[in-house]
Every structure is written in C-alpha cells, then in structure tokens.
Design a protein around this ligand. Structure first.
Ligand code: CA
Length: 228
C-alpha cells in the first residue's frame, strides 16, 4: 500500500515509517497540514495516518478539506483516513470520526495493531469481507504476505508480492507502470527503469504465464476471472 503519514513528532513518524516499510508498504512522511495536502494533491494514497495536533492547525481541517473535494481527481475524497490521537483527546476523536475518518488509534499504539487496522480498512475499501483473497488456484494472504498455489506455498520477494496484490485487487483494471511503482516506492525509493517488468516476469514464472496480461504501451492487468 502507498501510505501517507501526517505527523509532526519526528520520532513517531520515523518509527511508523520503518515498521510499515518492513511490512512492504511505501510510506511518505509529512509534518504539517500544508505538507500533507501537497502530498495528497500529487499522489493517490491507499491510506492516510493523520495526527490531529499539527503545527499549522488541527488535523481535522485537512480531513474536512479532503472529504469536501469533488470525486474523480486528486486528492481523492474517498481516501481512507485513520486518525492518531492522544488518550485524552476524546472530543477530537469523536469530531474526527464525524468528519469522515474511517478509524482511529490512541497513541501510543502497537504497530501490529496499526497494520491490522490498515488491512481491515483495505478490505472495506475493496469491498471484501474475507481476510484472504482467492483467485483461481491462488490464495493470497495480505496479513502474512504469503501465496499458496493449489495449496502449495510459493516464495515471492516482498516487491513481487506487492505487485501481485495491487494487480489482483485492481482486477480487471489495467494498472500503468507508474501506478504500480507508486505502490512500491516512496519519494526516496531508488527505482531501476525496468523494475516492474522484472517483477512481472518473475511472477509469471512462479505463478503461471496467463495470470498477468500485458497491454502494450499501457500497463498490466489480471483478468476478472482466472483462466480455466
Ligand atoms: Ca502532534
């Protein structure tokens, strides 16, 4: 997932970013409403982790602005937002939920709880109730980041898994190389020009040639239904 962190406490932000990166997410950190907004205008995010006490105002301001945007362009008003509040900020937590936050966490929180809540948000936004995804003979577990093919574990590199998950969740939509890259690399991420092709090539080798289709000059997609 591509994650935006809006948090002015550098220690908390760095800890979050490190934990999320280890879990295979691409994380961008910002420290104010203004910076967070610039990021949202420039990039589609799968989830925003929003602190409420920010140097240029209440994080709820950013949330309200986001939810008030017209659909169909960036920033996407439907972007899931999880607010991070201090234990004594009950009133602002309620206000945040009323402004359209999808969930909240009370600081300090366990990073594993955050990861589980992010997965739950993802399930809700992609409209699925089950924790694992099934596609043909594949069973994909986003929590454990494992793939079974006909019941047999398949070893995937972290980025191969992220490419697979992005394409399966988006199916049958075509994702451009840029859209896939945005899921894998944050602003600082080093990126070789053919990285996505390499990941796709390896996924096909491991999971079958017919799984990921190429639309020349556009991108890649996974068909709505698996090949028989
Ligand atoms: Ca703060």
């Amino acid at each position: 997932m591509r994650v935006l962190v809006v948090e002015d406490d550098r220690g908390i932000a760095a800890g979050l970013a490190a934990h999320l990166a280890r879990a295979g997410h691409a994380v961008d950190c910002t420290g104010s409403i203004a910076e967070g907004w610039r990021a949202l205008v420039g990039e589609p995010y799968d989830v925003v982790l929003l602190d409420l006490g920010l140097p240029d105002g209440d994080g709820g301001t950013l949330l309200r602005r986001l939810r008030d945007m017209p659909a169909g362009r960036l920033p996407d008003p439907a972007t899931p937002v999880l607010i991070m509040t201090a234990r004594d900020q009950v009133a602002s937590r309620i206000a945040g939920l009323d402004l359209g936050a999808d969930d909240y966490l009370t600081k300090p929180f366990d990073p594993d709880e955050l990861a589980a809540r992010m997965r739950a948000l993802r399930r809700r936004t992609t409209g699925r109730a089950r924790a694992t995804l099934r596609y043909g003979e594949l069973e994909i577990d986003p929590a454990a980041r494992t793939v079974l093919r006909a019941g047999v574990p398949v070893e995937l590199a972290a980025r191969e898994f992220s490419v697979l998950l992005a394409l399966i969740e988006a199916r049958p939509r075509v994702l451009s190389r840029t859209q896939i890259e945005a899921q894998l690399y944050n602003w600082d991420g080093g990126l070789e020009s053919n990285a996505i092709e390499v990941h796709v090539h390896r996924l096909r080798r491991k999971l079958g040639e017919s799984l990921i289709r190429t639309v020349r000059g556009v991108g890649y997609y996974v068909p709505a239904e698996p090949a028989p």
